[in-house]
Design a protein around this ligand. Structure first.
Ligand SMILES: NC(=O)c1ccc[n+]([C@@H]2O[C@H](COP(=O)([O-])OP(=O)(O)OC[C@H]3O[C@@H](n4cnc5c(N)ncnc54)[C@H](O)[C@@H]3O)[C@@H](O)[C@H]2O)c1
Ligand SMILES: O=C[C@H](O)CS(=O)(=O)O
Length: 482
């Protein structure tokens, strides 16, 4: 590994920026350069963060809505004002190109702005108790109150916006929050935490604790003061965590293997463009990346030809070069896994139509056909720049094949026929269906999450706030004062 002068970045522990003797290196996957170190927190550090958050939360007599709005707006503005600096941090520590990183920064500012707006809208309702006979003398309402301390765990692939999706709703709901960011990409989260401290977030209400998932992440999951757990990451880790969350509130945003259906009446040019973008942006490391495309028989040859042509145009290279389309994977280890899955599929009879060659952490954008249905690459989440294309006889076959995996996050369908689109909407077992778009579509205010092994609950600020707050019903039994 090349050594340069590395920055020693501190973590935010209960209101203090602290260093630790043991550190974790943050590696730029493009060249294996160590760009910074962060503390390798101990279980005791995590325990301290949680207990301090609990103490602080319990001691706050109230945390007015106008104050939470002010803080969230301040941080949103801070992200916009420092957009290029945030983008450079994302592109350095993750596998995103500088342009992909700029897009993520803009979305993060929006996510926080939405959180500020939603704080204003956290309201209850009056309840008509007299809809049930015998309750004519009752009046009342319900309202939302914070759960207390929220535990948040985030993955490497969107190191800023997915952190904004944890901190924004947690703070909007009036909670304290302890975040464990991905070990590969902790710098964006720490930079965002700086903005929260600068905004005047009460000390101790936020800790960002850096270290390995299996040690400090588990401590976070197991601690009884954590009243809600918001996790985004792989299905394996998500399932292990869910075994331990018991009766606490959870949001589990997990993996996928997203399908797109292209019917004969589709606009093929649109479908090709959307699948190229949705399959290969972020080098395929996106939870809603296009992984499988089912094309109706008559359109298959032309779709495949055009998809290969567009994919070959993508420029893979240096993340900071403005016209680079595809960066590396998050590590060489991940790139080797993707390469191995391609080899396994090839050994089973798959054809690699383009790409698939690995160089360090880079894998050329690949299109595979004739993939055995039981191969790992067909069943599991590839999380890399590989798309499988398959002809189908009709819509029903496409929908059945789309559903034939354990995941169910999002799907896309290209057709001009509203009836066929509606059949897909009703029968695809997923959390979102995009008509005339690929699976890779999201805005930060929409409900976002999956069925089956893709998770539990929904993010999207308003929906996350719902998980991170409790509802209390109040009923007054009245008697005549006279
Ligand atoms: N559905 C969504 O919204 C969404 C969004 C982004 C990423 N993802 C998924 O995330 C995965 C890629 O990210 P990753 O490789 O960082 O995922 P990962 O599961 O390896 O790690 C995610 C986070 O969990 C921590 N962790 C791991 N094991 C843990 C444990 N036993 N207890 C507590 N914490 C633990 C990690 O340190 C990290 O912070 C993909 O599967 C992708 O689909 C899902
Ligand atoms: O990895 C999945 C992402 O959360 C989807 S998006 O990047 O927010 O669109």
């Amino acid at each position: 590994m090349k050594t340069t002068r590395t920055e020693e970045v501190k973590m935010l522990l209960a209101g203090e920026w602290v260093q630790r003797e043991e550190t974790i290196s943050v590696i730029n996957p493009q060249n294996n350069e160590c760009i910074a170190t962060v503390p390798r927190a101990s279980k005791e550090d995590m325990k301290y963060a949680i207990e301090s958050a609990h103490k602080k939360f319990s001691s706050l007599e109230s945390w007015p809505v106008h104050e939470r709005i002010r803080i969230l707006k301040y941080v949103s503005r801070y992200v916009s004002d420092n957009a290029e600096s945030f983008a450079r941090t994302i592109a350095s520590e993750s596998s995103k190109t500088i342009n992909e990183a700029r897009g993520e920064v803009a979305r993060s500012a929006q996510t926080l702005e939405i959180a500020a707006e939603e704080t204003r809208r956290i309201q209850g309702e009056t309840i008509n108790f007299d809809q049930v006979e015998g309750n004519e003398n009752k009046v009342g309402y319900y309202y939302h109150f914070p759960v207390g301390v929220v535990g948040a765990i985030t993955p490497f692939n969107d190191p800023l916006n997915l952190v904004a999706h944890k901190l924004g709703p947690a703070i909007a709901g009036g909670n304290a929050v302890v975040l464990k960011p991905a070990s590969e990409t902790p710098l964006s989260a720490l930079k965002l935490a700086e903005a929260f401290t600068e905004a005047g977030l009460p000390e101790g209400m936020l800790s960002v604790v850096t270290g390995p998932g299996r040690e400090i992440g588990e401590e976070l999951v197991n601690h009884p003061y954590i009243k809600a757990l918001s996790f985004t990451g792989g299905t394996d880790a998500g399932k292990k965590i869910t075994e331990k969350t018991g009766t606490r509130h959870v949001n589990m945003e997990l993996g996928s293997n997203s399908p797109v259906i292209v019917l004969n009446d589709a606009d093929l040019k649109d479908a090709v463009a959307a699948c190229t973008d949705g399959g290969f942006s972020a080098a395929g490391q996106n939870c809603i990346s296009v992984q499988r495309v089912y094309v109706e028989q008559d359109s298959y040859p032309l779709f495949l030809e055009e998809f290969i042509k567009e994919t070959k145009k993508l420029k893979m290279g240096d993340k900071f070069t403005e016209d680079t389309d595809v960066g590396p994977l998050i590590s060489e280890k991940e790139a080797k896994r993707v390469e191995q899955w391609i080899h396994e599929a090839k050994a089973g009879g798959a054809r690699v139509e383009t790409g698939g060659v690995r160089n360090g952490a880079y894998v050329e954008p690949a299109i595979l056909t004739n993939v055995p249905p039981d191969s790992t690459i067909a069943k599991e989440e590839i999380f890399g720049p590989v798309v499988l294309v398959e002809p189908v006889q009709n819509l029903k076959e496409a929908v059945d094949k789309s559903n034939d995996v354990e995941y169910g996050l999002q799907a896309g369908i290209f057709t001009r026929d509203v009836n066929r689109a509606f059949y897909a909407v009703q029968n695809l077992q997923v959390g979102g269906v995009m008509v005339n778009d690929s699976s890779d579509f999201r805005i930060d205010a929409m409900p976002f999450g999956g069925t089956k092994d893709s998770g539990i609950g929904r993010e999207g600020v308003k929906f996350a706030i719902d998980t991170l707050t409790e509802k209390k019903v109040v009923s007054f039994k009245l008697s005549s004062p006279f």
